[in-house]
Ligand binder design. Structure first.
Ligand code: ADP
Ligand code: MG
Length: 493
């Protein structure tokens, strides 16, 4: 016996069985075909040369639920455990997708099927009178409650100490402490200061997360932690805490990639990350363009910054303009009253000669220098400049390059989705321009809520939960911090 996912190739075999089993109540071929290709549908057949049985599942990711839509086993093969194997297949598929509840309807007279479902833990919850037509038979509605893993995630890759808790794809808590104020006097994140701040913040942030989720540590099923990329010393603090917790409580631990977790955060918004997607991650530490074909399996780095990160460029230019750290919000505010086309600042790595090697890479140091020159020259010549125009023109240059390259990637890889993440997403002009350009190209734009865009523990917990739901191995205790962990390494064992 062999399981195969059903497609239009199998339609004649499926319709043959469907008619044999359901007679007048059989679905039409057209309906069956549309079910096979519907989004979030999963139809599977059992073969032994011929098709012996089939079953279907429709998932509703945003509701964290699913429906078993049909199940049938050829009469001469009933009693061989094929129905049980099909239900098992659908239940495990639903579990892996993060569903918390699974529903089905069954004929009231079909006692053996009801017994089978009960053996999986389905309960009778309702009755639908005259549900089956034309027979007029009643349907029993049954529900399976699925316990998804409760995962606590720790993130400490930069200046945020994040502890998040999820149950499957559901967000339970997202506690955060930021040491940003401590870095302000240095004009940027100082690794040693960040590491020390994590040490102080971890325990109280953990307590806050547990109380926000309304659970105790005993109710957590597993620990997840970001082991890179990021600042090595800062990562080590989170990793040490996660390992300590795992050892003290006997819970399994999962080491996950911080950047891939940013993409996975969208699961917490709508129950699934739709793939393939291009992801643009822009923060004070990273500017990365990813092609995500499968969140747990296949993430490719298309390009990244070869010098400053986008947020870092905002911070440095703010300094040039005499504005405090962090510069992003300051420049954003000043830019509101400026003219974005007043000064034509350079767009790094967009010239034809750059495109061969650096089509999807970014460079912001030339832009930063251009702004500094512009300001210095004006000062030397005693010319009054509009700082608002400088801020607006600078902001426009950054946004233009980021979105131009992200949308090139969508076009080249024929991907109709773009996901944004990272602290620079706070920039309203970036969001507005992304929306405008994506709409014009028919590309779906996803921007998770801001608390899930910046570094946070919930996204780490969520990626850990997805690994667990997918049945992945746990990580062991020998992994360490890897400041340059590649995005291809989604989990470190
Ligand atoms: P990291 O922790 O990697 O430094 P975060 O995700 O915490 O990055 O984001 C902080 C960065 O985002 C800072 O560089 C900050 O200047 C930038 N930033 C914050 N708000 C804005 C904004 N409105 N516009 C542009 N950049 C912003
Ligand atoms: Mg930060």
């Amino acid at each position: 016996m062999e399981f195969r996912q059903l497609s239009s190739d199998h339609i004649d075999q499926v319709m043959g069985l469907e008619k044999e089993l359901f007679g007048k109540e059989a679905w039409s071929k057209k309906n069956m075909l549309s079910e096979f290709v519907a989004p979030n549908s999963f139809y599977v057949g059992v073969f032994e040369g011929d098709l012996l049985g089939y079953a279907g599942l429709r998932l509703l990711p945003a509701d964290l639920s699913g429906d078993i839509t049909t199940i049938g086993v050829a009469k001469q093969h009933q009693g061989r455990g094929i129905g049980r194997a099909l239900v098992q297949e659908l239940v495990s598929r639903a579990k892996r997708s993060g569903a918390e509840q699974l529903f089905l309807e069954v004929k009231k007279s079909n006692e053996s099927a009801i017994y089978l479902y009960e053996s999986f833990g389905f309960e009778k919850i309702d009755i639908r009178k005259n549900y089956y037509q034309p027979s007029g038979e009643d349907a029993i509605v049954m529900r399976l409650t699925i316990h998804q893993p409760v995962v606590l995630g720790i993130e400490s890759s930069c200046d945020e100490t994040g502890v998040g808790i999820v149950r499957g794809n559901r967000l339970l808590a997202n506690a955060l402490h930021s040491s940003m104020d401590e870095h302000a006097k240095y004009g940027g994140v100082v690794p040693e200061v960040a590491a020390r701040a994590h040490l102080e913040a971890l325990s109280p942030t953990l307590d806050r997360a547990l109380s926000e989720a309304g659970i105790t540590i005993d109710q957590v099923d597993a620990i997840a932690v970001a082991n890179g990329p990021g600042l090595a010393g800062a990562l080590m603090v989170g990793i040490g805490a996660a390992k300590g917790l795992a050892v003290a409580t006997g819970k399994p631990i999962y080491a996950v990639n911080h950047l891939v977790a940013h993409v996975g955060a969208d699961v917490l918004e709508r129950g699934a990350v739709e793939t393939p997607t291009i992801a643009l991650l822009v923060s004070g530490g990273h500017t990365s363009l990813l092609l995500v074909r499968d969140l747990l399996e296949d993430v490719e780095l298309l390009g990244e910054t070869i010098d400053d990160a986008a947020g870092e460029a905002f911070d440095k230019v703010a300094r040039v303009l005499g504005l405090p750290y962090p510069g992003g919000p300051q420049i954003d505010r000043l830019a509101q009253s400026g003219n974005p086309s007043a000064i034509r600042f350079p767009r790094g790595l967009t010239l034809p000669k750059d495109l061969e090697e650096h089509k999807y890479d970014f460079s912001f140091s030339g832009l930063k220098t251009a702004v500094a020159r512009y300001v210095e020259k004006a000062e030397a010549e005693g010319v009054e400049i509009s700082k608002a125009d400088v801020a607006a023109s600078f902001r426009e240059a950054v946004i233009d390059v980021l979105l131009t390259k992200a949308l090139w990637a969508c076009e080249e890889h024929n991907v109709k989705r773009l996901l944004l993440g990272g602290g620079v997403v706070a920039n309203a002009r970036l969001r507005e321009e992304a929306k405008r350009r994506c709409d014009a190209l028919g590309i779906e734009l996803r921007i998770p809520r801001f608390a899930l865009c910046t570094d946070n523990g919930a996204m780490v917990a969520s990626l850990g939960a997805q690994l667990i739901m997918d049945g992945r191995e746990l990580s062991g205790l020998s992994f360490g911090a890897n400041s340059t962990l590649p995005v291809t390494q989604i989990q470190t064992l």
